[in-house]
Design a protein around this ligand. Sequence first.
Ligand code: SF4
Length: 289
Amino acid sequence: MRDHILVCQFDEDLVRKFHNQRLVIILSDFNQVQQAHKLVNDCQNNLHCLVIDHAGSLASVPFHEKWRGIPLALFVSEIGAFKEVMGKLPLLRDLNIRIFLSTDNKENCTGLHILASLGIDCGVSFGEKEIDWEAMNDLMTYSIYGKVNHASIEPFQFIARNYNPARLTDLSSVYFDNPYTYIHIDKNENIALTANDLKEGKFILKGIENVHKIFEDEKYQEALNAWQKFLLKENGCAYCQAWRICIGKFSESADKNPGCRQFFTDLMEAADHFISVQQKNKRKEVWQP
Ligand code: SF4
C-alpha cells in the first residue's frame, strides 16, 4: 500500500526531517513559495502542493514569474478588481495553480464561472454560511455539461473523474483532507487524520517514523469507517440517494437547507453522464499509424 501524502504547516525544521515523502505544505505568506519549494526538493521530497489561504482578493495576490511550475492551491475571499486580474491573466494561465473561492460570498459562483471560462482551473471552497445550492447546481451544470471550452471546477470534476456507483467517492481529497490519501502532522510530529482533528488535538500517532505504520493502527481503521455512524441515525442522510458522494458532509445544515440532496443527486447524474461520454469517445478510437 502506498504511503500517505503528509500535510503540514511550513516549518523548516520539520521539512528537513522528511525524506522521500510526498508533501502538502501550508504557507502563511506568499514570500515562502519559492523557499518552501526549494527546501522540499533539497531534502529529496516530492512536493504535491503548496497551499495558501489568503484573506484578501485574487486581485491583491502578488503573483511571481518564479512561481511557474510550482503546484499551488490558493484560497481567496473573492476575485476583487477585475481589471487587476485581467492584467495578470497571461501569467495566471501559465502557473500550475488552482484558485478556490468561498461559498460565503454570494458573488463567488459567478466568479468561478468567469475564472473557468478564462481558462483558469478553480474550485469551490465550502464556507460557514448557508450555501445557495441552486447556484451551486448551475455552476456544476456548466462545469460538467458545458460545451464551450473551459477550465475545470472542483470538486465537480473530481467526482466526475472518480465516481464509482459501487463505492464511496469522497470529495475531501480536493481539500487534502481525505484520510485514505492524506494525513496531517504538526511540528511536534503529532499525527492526525484530518485538519480538524489536528487542530483539536485528536492525534492518532506521534513520530514521522510511524507514518508508514498507520495502516495497521486500529484507530485508523475505526476512523475510516466513522461514516457508518450516519447510517444508524434517524435523519435524512441515512436515506439520501446522494450519500455515496456526499457522505453526510452537510448533515448539520441539511434540515434547514435541504437543497444539498438535490444538488448531490444531480452531481451523481452528471458523473454518470461524464463516464458515458468518456466510454463513447473510447469506442470511437481507431488504430494509429
Ligand atoms: S446531500 Fe444532504 S442529505 Fe444527502 S448525505 Fe449529504 S448532507 Fe445528507
